[in-house]
Design a protein around this ligand. Sequence first.
Ligand SMILES: NC(=O)C1=CN([C@@H]2O[C@H](COP(=O)(O)OP(=O)(O)OC[C@H]3O[C@@H](n4cnc5c(N)ncnc54)[C@H](OP(=O)(O)O)[C@@H]3O)[C@@H](O)[C@H]2O)C=CC1
Ligand SMILES: O=C(OP(=O)(O)O)[C@H](O)COP(=O)(O)O
Length: 341
Amino acid sequence: MIKVAVNGYGTIGKRVADAVAAQPDMEVIGVSKTSVSAEAYIAKKRGYPLYIADLGKKSAFEKAGIEIAGDVEAMIKAADIVVDATPGGVGEKNRPLYERLGKKAIFQGGEGHEVAGFSFNAHANYKEAEGHQFARVVSCNSTGLVRLIHALDQAFGVERVRAVMVRRGADPSDVKRGPVDAIVLNPATIPSHHGPDVNTVLPHINIVTLAMIVPTTFMHMHSIQMDLKKETTRDAVLKVFEDHNRIGLVRKATGIKSNAELREYTQDLGRPRTDLWENGVFEESVSVLNGKEFYCFQAIHQEADVVPENIDCIRALMGTVKDPQESIRTTNKALNFVAIG
Ligand SMILES: NC(=O)C1=CN([C@@H]2O[C@H](COP(=O)(O)OP(=O)(O)OC[C@H]3O[C@@H](n4cnc5c(N)ncnc54)[C@H](OP(=O)(O)O)[C@@H]3O)[C@@H](O)[C@H]2O)C=CC1
Ligand SMILES: O=C(OP(=O)(O)O)[C@H](O)COP(=O)(O)O
């Protein structure tokens, strides 16, 4: 069993911990937080040993009825590998600790590529992870882009990509964030960080991305255009998506045309926390014009799509499973995850 520590038990960390616990070859040896909050109670309920960054706060946790197993350093020492899901920028500060203790670690998209020097996506570069001490799972939007672009690049070759990301303003529980009544250019400059981020995994792709944020909390929406190298048809592209175990098709027959209806659908499917782990490509939008021009809309659930990628990244860095598809299938099966469509 691979002993996994989740440093940062928040939006991403709590999902990764549950996904690790579901795998046949991994166990959660601890999760961490800095302050007493609802997630500390969830960790207790799930039976995950809770560690804290500053032992000076131990009594505050104990007063709230939450037992503390030790400090973060003790947790890291007990682990084979760390998934660092602390807020963007904190991972970089944690890296010297992982170096000092000689532990492998996976960072998230809020960190720059340089934090690990290797950025990861299971379908695109799983085999390249072996031998690395550190990896970074690219951000949620970049994960969604990499999955789609890589699938079409393998099938038809990709000449260039132009994509617009309409990004959710905040996560559902982020009460302090906005916007409440604005469409914010984020950033106003072009490209947004997503194109260069895609290039950290797929360096040969010609891509320019633009991004803005809107007052929603559940999912980003991408509008994507690609020029393909080989002529193809809409049916052939749909077949690529149907065959992909992390790309789902939001079928025309469902009538779903928004993130809100897609959320309702994933909820009704009984997905834990309403998580859409796959890209939600809108079937009706999939278009091939003039043989080589591809267009689509896809929804990306920011809290969920990177979660299975972290699980595969654990096996890839540990070198326990050599074949990417074997890891991807194991991860999906343990999560009871079959892509929609
Ligand atoms: N949310 C999203 O949609 C996505 C986020 N990401 C990336 O994932 C990473 C985590 O983001 P997210 O889950 O949203 O963040 P959250 O703020 O939801 O969670 C962060 C967690 O880390 C804990 N924490 C903070 N500082 C420390 C520390 N020094 N040591 C140990 N634990 C600490 C926090 O505990 P406490 O609250 O007690 O301080 C909290 O539990 C970021 O890099 C982000 O960019 C990637 C894809 C999507
Ligand atoms: O990784 C994400 O977005 P991104 O791919 O746009 O960087 C997550 O939605 C977190 O983004 P945030 O930095 O707006 O919280």
